[in-house]
Write a protein that binds this ligand. Structure first.
Ligand code: SF4
Length: 374
């Protein structure tokens, strides 16, 4: 960790900063389901969910998760499919898989109790410096710093930090500063307060400095243009991928079944279920004939008489990929899917079962397009 040479705050300034921030936090913190919770497992769950996902989105997922897996042992014992099912829609599914594996390791290596230091926490799958610091400080009261996007922005403004803060020296500087500033008596509250300030006052475009409890110590405010910091990092370009998706529906005697297939266990959206789809690099729409061949390979027979309707287009973005999905409805009347052809990674499901499957948000958008079709 490095602290900038011109950091220049006396001990008294650090004490003043901590007090102002903590007092403000007590009065202005948002009521959130995980606030005040000291159960280390619950803190871990909330912190994993909050990575790359907004608070408002996380609330419902957190409540549902804690209802379904109230303790580390419940999570460790659950099949991965149930875990993904509860996570479905939250995105960045690796986090769910890591959480599941971490729970299993906590049971097998740590006797069911989360380790209490940041160093030990970092040995668990998927737990990096941020999560380890958050759990150690919030659940165990250890004087560990945290640096996330909100903290980075606040520190960049407080100290007018120029340059790329997302890696290397920039990251070392942020962690160094956060380590010096963290309140040694109330590290959990302090870390949450710094993140809360970034989320609700020191916002990316329009910081409301007039409401800021540490305005008198902020170098960017004194300079007159706080939003100039942090320097924007170069955006990662998203790769366009064209996807052809077919919602294959078999109808017979008033019953409707959907063909769903499971994605590979590794890679993007690993292990989630989806409608038969073809993905190809670039913007050209996948050939409908290729989609038909794919469906026939799943059916293990030439396609029975069917009708195809266009359902429309869906755009879905990942951090590095942009999916443009051309969706269609593929209806086979009077068709009874053969049980013999159901195999691992391929199922025929009714509407209720479809709703319960762990599917990506992109597939749920396509499911939404089915409204209006019988
Ligand atoms: Fe952020 Fe403004 Fe507070 Fe500085 S004064 S920390 S820019 S909200």
């Amino acid at each position: 960790m490095t602290v900038p040479e011109d950091f220049g705050w006396e001990d008294a300034a650090i004490v003043r900063f901590r007090r102002a921030l903590l007092d403000w936090f007590v009065r202005h913190k948002r009521e959130l389901p995980w606030r005040g919770v000291k159960d280390p497992y619950a803190v871990l769950v909330s912190e994993m969910m909050l990575q790359q996902t907004q608070v408002v989105t996380v609330i419902a997922y957190y409540d549902r998760w804690m209802e379904r897996f109230p303790g580390v042992e419940d999570l460790a014992r659950a099949p991965l499919e149930s875990v993904l099912e509860v996570w479905a829609g939250l995105g960045y599914y690796r986090r769910a898989r890591f959480l599941h594996r971490a729970a299993q390791e906590i049971m097998s290596t740590w006797g069911g109790q989360l380790p209490s230091t940041a160093k030990e926490l970092r040995t668990l799958p998927g737990i990096g410096a941020y999560t380890a610091g958050a759990v150690a400080s919030i659940a165990f009261g250890k004087p560990e710093p945290v640096v996330d996007g909100n903290v980075s922005r606040v520190l960049a403004r407080l100290f007018c930090l120029d340059g790329d803060l997302s890696r290397g020296e920039g990251q070392r500087t942020l962690w160094g500063l956060a380590g010096v500033l963290v309140d040694k008596a109330r590290p959990g509250d302090f870390n949450q307060a710094l993140m809360e300030l970034g989320a609700t006052v020191c916002m990316p475009r329009n910081p409301t400095c007039v409401d800021c409890p540490v305005q008198d110590q902020c170098a960017a405010f004194a300079e007159g243009d706080p939003a100039r910091y942090p320097t924007p990092a170069e955006r990662t370009r998203q790769r366009p991928v064209a996807v052809g998706t077919s919602v294959v529906v078999a109808k017979r005697n008033g019953e409707t079944k959907f063909l769903v297939v499971q994605r590979p266990a590794e890679g993007l959206l690993a292990g989630l279920w989806q409608f038969p789809s073809i993905e190809q690099e670039g913007k050209a729409v996948p050939d409908p004939q290729a989609l038909l061949c794919l469906i026939e390979s799943y059916l293990e027979t030439p396609a029975p008489p069917h009708v195809r309707h266009g359902l429309g287009q869906v755009v879905h973005q990942f951090s590095h990929i942009r999916w443009r999905i051309e969706a269609e409805l593929f209806i086979v009347e009077d068709f009874e899917p053969s049980e013999a052809r159901v195999r691992e990674g391929l199922r025929w499901v009714n509407v209720e079962e479809l709703k319960a499957l762990p599917m990506s948000a992109a597939m749920r958008k396509i499911e939404g397009l089915l409204q209006g079709f019988d």
